[in-house]
Ligand binder design. Structure first.
Ligand code: HEM
Length: 502
């Protein structure tokens, strides 16, 4: 009757009246049309009859729900993100043409994501695991991603070993449980992992939260100035919020017993309370010609660059100020890649980094989709004028006839970007001939307080004592002894004591 009288649907009338009578919003279907029903499916006959396929709203609702999840990250699945800004401490143009470092006080928006590495998206944040520390800088010359970790070295130095290493650390394909028998089976063949394992079993292996931890690029990057002079630089984030760790019993009993996402909560609550976390970005810098001047190879990511020898310069401060409004759209869909760089920053010849340059964008085309860079959290804040186009979920309209280059009708310039000179291979071959797998682990052990040494020994022994193969245990212990004789002997004793007990 209503419909006949006024010539439009009763629902539209309700809508129009509703809009003026009350501010209560109207539920719509995905096409924007008002949803007449959201509690009962359409049925044949009375409500007792079977459900009708014509209930498009029902089908849409179920089908969209079925597709809510995208593949989680193959590593670093569990994480928390926040937005903020980076303020440059000065003019670093002596080292790099990167515009974000060109003047004191220059501000660059950022999005940061912190993560654990091995376990899935819903796993506890108390695990002994490196923490990811990834930052996307939306610079005025395009995006730059600094994709690092909290620890300043890595387990291996060549990307070809990464999938095997991760398989060994991930839960077993049979039992779906992480198993020291599997990862020590792998690591017994990797003496270069001794320093990272030592750090991981020390207090550093369980940061108290994401705010109170440092970060590191791990790799040397290459900085290039406007004159084309190149420098290797290892970058680090120094927490201005203090640095805290959880000793194992505390982590497990107190924090994990209460909740699984204490680090995410800590980050969010701190930002929401106006206690904005801050980190200082620092760079240790050497001219590329000096790559052979050290006991270690500076392009080996299993090595720390000692600060006493290579004093860091401060590049600026990052402050995180905003919790994302939507976790999925920001933190889940954000895509960081070591390959995303701006003029003045290049990759070094580090073999682990070189593999990473490929892997991230590759997984993101699969995990998020080939147009992932168009999503708001990933899109640069400057215009993109490329002729890459189309594909699933293409959001950005590319205008005009000319979708190719070069063109006389719509010419585009290519910028004069400073580039590092071709590497000196003889010099690099000499650098890569250095292995030095153990001495930095020994230095690290000897610098710990007596209590911290005891905790490291206990933590290491707790996992190594679960390894059934005597030969595997012996190889790992031999690595520790080569780092420091006392360290190896103490872990050996602690393992024996635990095995004797069991
Ligand atoms: C060859 C060695 C490595 C490979 C192949 C590799 C591969 C990957 C892949 C495929 C992802 C998932 C990315 C995504 O889904 O968006 C990832 C995430 C990540 N990786 Fe690596 N990785 C390697 C080494 C490293 C190293 C040495 C570091 C630290 C310096 C690191 C830090 C991270 C971080 C922080 C994330 C999480 C980024 C985020 O928050 O979205 N990775 N890695």
């Amino acid at each position: 009757m209503y419909d006949k009288l006024f010539g439009f649907s009763a629902m539209a009338l309700v809508l129009a009246l509703g809009a003026s009578a009350s501010a209560q919003p109207v539920l719509t279907k995905e096409n924007g049309a008002p949803a007449p029903e959201n509690q009962r499916s359409q049925t044949a006959g009375g409500y007792g009859g079977p459900v009708l396929l014509q209930d498009f709203h029902l089908v849409e609702k179920l089908a969209r729900f079925d597709r809510e999840r995208i593949p989680e990250r193959v590593v670093h699945a569990r994480g928390a993100g926040a937005a903020g800004e980076f303020v440059s401490a000065g003019d670093a143009s002596r080292y790099t043409a990167a515009s974000l470092f060109s003047a004191k006080g220059k501000r660059t928006p950022v999005f940061a994501r912190f993560s654990t590495v091995i376990h899935p998206a819903g796993s506890p944040e108390t695990v002994r695991d490196p923490r990811g520390f990834a930052v996307k800088f939306y610079t005025d010359e395009g995006n730059w991603d600094l994709v690092g970790n909290n620890l300043d070295v890595f387990f291996i130095r060549d990307a070809i070993k990464f999938p095997d290493m991760v398989h060994s650390l991930k839960p077993s394909p049979v039992t779906n449980q992480q198993d020291p028998n599997r990862f020590f089976d792998f690591f017994q063949h990797q003496p270069e992992s001794t320093f990272m394992l030592t750090q991981l079993y020390s207090d550093r292996g369980i940061p108290a939260n994401y705010r109170q931890m440092d970060g590191s690029s791990v790799h040397a990057l290459k900085l290039v100035n406007a004159k084309g002079e190149a420098f290797y630089a290892k970058l680090s984030w120094r927490s201005l919020n203090g640095v805290e760790y959880l000793a194992t019993p505390e982590a497990v009993a107190r924090v994990q017993g209460r909740e699984w996402s204490h680090a995410t909560r800590d980050l969010y609550e701190s930002i929401q309370a106006g206690r904005h976390p801050r980190w200082e970005l620092r760079a240790q810098i050497i001219p590329v010609s000096r790559v052979n001047d050290f006991r270690f190879n500076p392009l080996d990511p299993t090595k720390r660059w000692p600060e006493a020898e290579l004093e860091p310069v401060v590049l600026g401060v990052m402050t995180l100020k905003a919790v994302p409004e939507n976790y999925f759209q920001s933190t889940e869909q954000v895509a960081f890649s070591p390959g995303v760089m701006v003029p003045g920053i290049e990759a070094s010849e580090d073999k682990l980094l070189q593999g990473r340059l490929f892997a991230y964008a590759d997984t993101q085309r699969y995990r998020v989709g080939p147009n992932y860079q168009q999503l708001p959290v990933n899109a640069p804040r400057v215009a993109v004028k490329s002729h890459i186009q189309d594909g699933p979920m293409s959001l950005v309209a590319k205008r005009g006839e000319v979708n190719y280059e070069p063109s006389a009708q719509a010419p585009l310039l290519t910028a004069a970007v400073p580039r590092a000179p071709a590497p000196d291979l003889a010099r690099l071959n000499q650098a890569f001939a250095k292995e030095e797998n153990f001495y930095q682990a020994g230095e690290f052990y000897r610098a710990l307080s007596p209590d911290a040494r005891s905790r490291l020994v206990d933590n290491f022994a707790a996992d190594l004592a679960q390894v059934k193969s005597e030969a595997t245990r012996a190889r790992i212990l031999a690595h520790l002894r080569q780092a420091d004789a006392e360290y190896g002997a103490r872990v050996q004793e602690a393992v024996a004591a635990r095995m004797g007990r069991s």
